[in-house]
Write a protein that binds this ligand. Structure first.
Ligand SMILES: [Zn+2]
Length: 83
């Protein structure tokens, strides 16, 4: 696969994924709002890959961390949390 850029000390994200549709999905950051136990929670600045066709892909590590952040926000009764 392509070169891996050091994004942080803990996790390395590749610059882009090859999307299933054939176009490149570059790394970008966006807020994700989702329902968690019937509570609407926004996780800010989540690393996501979005291709030209607007297919969104999250790295497996991101999915795990996202779930943990949702749990954390929920347990603290917050509706926004930083990724
Ligand atoms: Zn795509």
């Amino acid at each position: 696969m392509n070169a891996v850029k050091k994004e942080s000390i803990i996790i390395n994200y590749p610059d882009f994924y090859e999307c299933a549709c054939g176009s490149k999905a570059p790394l970008t950051y966006q807020d994700i709002t989702t329902m968690f136990n019937n509570k609407k929670i926004t996780v800010e600045h989540v690393p996501v890959y979005i291709c030209l066709e607007n297919h969104v892909k999250l790295a497996r590590l991101t999915q795990v961390k996202l779930r943990n952040k949702l749990k954390e926000a929920y347990s603290q009764d917050k509706d926004r949390i930083r990724f």
